[in-house]
Design a protein around this ligand. Structure first.
Ligand SMILES: CSC[C@H]1O[C@H](OP(=O)(O)O)[C@H](O)[C@@H]1O
Ligand SMILES: Nc1ncnc2[nH]cnc12
Length: 289
């Protein structure tokens, strides 16, 4: 069965229109998620919403409990995640207001735990293709139906933050590394979703041109928030259109996201730490038992 998870970024702290809606507190072996999770149904589809920074925006990009967030979504049965994020743009043809269906990342974050696995149970999943093509295509259609100008494909530079980039960094990411958008949160979120075998489709909602742009000397939160308000309405409408198109009956993912752990475990069964294996149950119970 499909359970759609929505991770709401800056400016997206709630979602309206769900039937049988309730906020549910969830504990995980990896601690508490950013906030309670808002569950309900939309057009017959089960949906779980989580505000990435918590209601009121209390978490910094570095303090977001990424592992607990993904684990909580998994515990509520989420099969597909749409991740909505505010981003800066490195491209003149991806101006504020546009949506970019990100399909690649460069991960420059350094102060975050990036794997559920560790000593006592080691696993290596592939993130060569870190997003789900099938889900991204559906989100892209839904975003177009909501009136957004959508770009299919793009590389997201994940920076640690919370400060915005220096001009030299912005130029490096744009001119040398050919990145399309920049943000602070999609890593390690995407890597953890893959480890949890959940399909992941990130939507970068452009809010600014970062500091490389001659007309935008510095990035300012007030400008971002203003653009976010327009983006947020289209993001909510995208979710509504997506819920109409996603079948409740779920087939095997053609990209293999839902089987990512099948070839990933390397620790010999007899060498695994039983306590740690217990902790990993919600994420990897399917392949560990
Ligand atoms: C408010 S601007 C900077 C902030 O916005 C983005 O957050 P999110 O990805 O959750 O929408 C960016 O990554 C920064 O955390
Ligand atoms: N220019 C920017 N850099 C990093 N994160 C962002 N989020 C929104 N705009 C951003």
């Amino acid at each position: 069965m499909t359970v759609l998870g929505i991770i709401g970024g800056s400016g997206l702290y709630e979602i309206a229109g769900l039937q049988n809606a309730e906020w549910r507190s969830v504990e995980t072996p990896f601690g508490a998620p950013s906030d309670a999770l808002f569950t309900g149904t939309l057009d017959g589809l089960q949906l779980v919403f989580l505000p990435r920074h918590g209601r009121g925006h209390v978490h910094t990009p570095s303090s977001v409990p990424y592992k607990a967030n993904i684990c909580a979504l998994k515990q509520l049965g989420v099969t597909d995640i749409v991740s909505l994020s505010a981003t800066g743009s490195f491209r003149e043809d991806m101006p504020p207001g546009d949506f970019v269906m990100v399909d690649q990342f460069i991960d420059r974050t350094f102060a975050r735990e990036k794997s559920f696995f560790g000593p006592g149970c080691v696993a290596h999943v592939s993130v060569a293709h870190p997003t789900c093509k099938r889900l991204s295509a559906m989100v892209s259609d839904a975003a177009r139906q909501s009136g957004a100008n959508v770009h299919d494909g793009g590389t997201y530079l994940a920076m640690e933050g919370p400060q915005f980039s220096t001009l030299a960094e912005s130029r490096l990411y744009r001119e040398v590394w050919n990145c399309d958008v920049i943000g602070m949160t999609n890593m390690p979120e995407a890597k953890l979703a893959r480890e949890a075998e959940i399909c992941y489709a990130p939507v970068a909602m452009v809010t600014d041109f970062d500091c490389w742009h001659p007309d935008h000397d510095a990035v300012e939160v007030a400008d971002i928030v203003r653009t976010l308000m327009g983006n947020a309405d289209r993001a909510r409408s995208t979710v509504v259109h997506l819920a109409k198109g996603l079948a409740a009956q779920r087939d095997v993912c053609p990209c293999g996201c839902d089987r990512a752990l099948e070839t990933a475990l390397i620790t010999a069964p007899e060498a695994r730490d039983p306590e740690f294996v217990k902790k990993l149950q919600p994420i990897a119970g399917r392949v560990l038992n």
